[in-house]
Design a protein around this ligand. Structure first.
Ligand SMILES: [Zn+2]
Length: 344
């Protein structure tokens, strides 16, 4: 029996040594150390042994088990180590491969135009003022000389949240809020860019959401000449040094007098499709701040005067980039937006 056990040990150790992978090793474990394994089988014959031989055989059987078990464990960690090594080699990174280019996004064409206009006015000493898009009726209309029931309100039908709260129809409430903060003390010199909303039937030139930039200057001795000079600088910087502006009388409730401002067309006055054969393109509305608006904001209209202007960056971007439909700005079609990536 002693001989049998020793042979079994030699046999098992050789098989463990030869095991090629973890599966084979596990099969060996089950075969030799399992309940139906040969060691158990041999020990069944213990009953025939003498009382003094029995414990000796029992001890030897345990030694054999321990030796085989230790060999299996040793082999197992060696095989696991090999597997890790093999995987590492398989997954080697080739650092000489060219990298994948990072996908850069690009600014929205409207953002670009707004930022260009902002830079231009910052260069002339203006600061940028912002305000809420969900606005009170008071700031959106009343503080701008548009009391409840004023007919000009019909031109700016909005989305009302309650009777007194609405989505702002223009960025003018930012002017009203800024003037209020100044508590009757000039100078005020701001531009207010932002999104505005009007109930409208969307088509190629109308969108219920659009963008505005308004400007406001309030100080002593501000005249119509300052307004004209400012807008001339603006038009030339944005559209080109050869461009001119012209002022036509108009009406806005919050300015008096009020003007529409046109810039000369790129066709040089000959007439083309863009200027509808007139040689001029309308770009903004402006005027001297109405004394009522100044007084309502706490400014002494005898001491202070000011001018205000408002323009649509959507329309300016359309002219600048030759875009034929305002809705492109708001539908977020990646094919449209990608055209404005900067290729440097
Ligand atoms: Zn033209």
């Amino acid at each position: 029996m002693e001989q049998q056990l020793k042979e079994l040990q030699t046999e098992a150790l050789a098989k463990v040594e030869a095991a090629a992978d973890l599966k084979q090793l596990n099969d060996i474990r089950v075969a030799y150390l399992g309940k139906k394994g040969p060691i158990t089988e041999v020990l069944k014959g213990m009953g025939k042994l003498s009382a003094e031989e029995r414990p000796k055989m029992g001890a030897l059987a345990n030694e054999v088990r321990a030796a085989v078990s230790a060999a299996i464990e040793g082999k197992q960690s060696a095989l696991e180590q090999q597997a890790i090594q093999a995987q590492l080699e398989k997954e080697t990174v080739d650092v000489t491969l060219p990298g994948r280019p990072a996908r850069a996004g690009n600014a929205h064409p409207l953002t670009k135009v707004v930022e260009e206009i902002e830079d231009l006015f910052i260069g002339m000493g203006y600061s940028i003022a912002e305000g809420p898009e969900v606005e009170m009726d008071y700031y959106n209309f009343e503080a701008l000389n548009l009391p409840k029931g004023h007919p000009a309100r019909d031109m700016q039908d909005s989305f009302y949240i309650t009777e007194d709260i609405l989505l702002r129809t223009h960025t003018s409430p930012v002017q009203a809020r800024t003037m209020e903060k100044h508590k009757g003390q000039g100078p005020v010199k701001i531009i207010c860019p932002g999104k505005v909303y009007r109930r409208d039937n969307d088509d190629a030139t109308h969108s219920h959401q659009f963008t505005q930039i308004e400007g406001l200057v309030v100080d002593e001795n501000i005249s119509m000449g300052d307004l004209k000079g400012t807008l001339e600088v603006f038009a030339k910087k944005l559209f080109g040094e050869d461009r001119e502006i012209r002022l036509r009388p108009s009406f806005f409730p919050f300015t008096e007098p009020s003007v529409e401002v046109d810039v000369s067309c790129m066709c040089g006055g000959k007439g083309c499709r863009i200027c509808k054969e007139t040689g001029w393109i309308e770009i903004l509305g402006a005027g001297m701040v109405h004394p009522n608006v100044l007084e309502m904001a706490g400014f002494d209209s005898q001491k202070y005067t000011g001018f205000a202007f408002g323009m649509g960056p959507d329309r300016i971007a359309m002219l600048k980039y030759g875009i034929d439909d305002i809705r492109h700005f708001y539908t977020d079609d990646i094919r449209f937006l990608k055209q404005f990536a900067e290729h440097e």
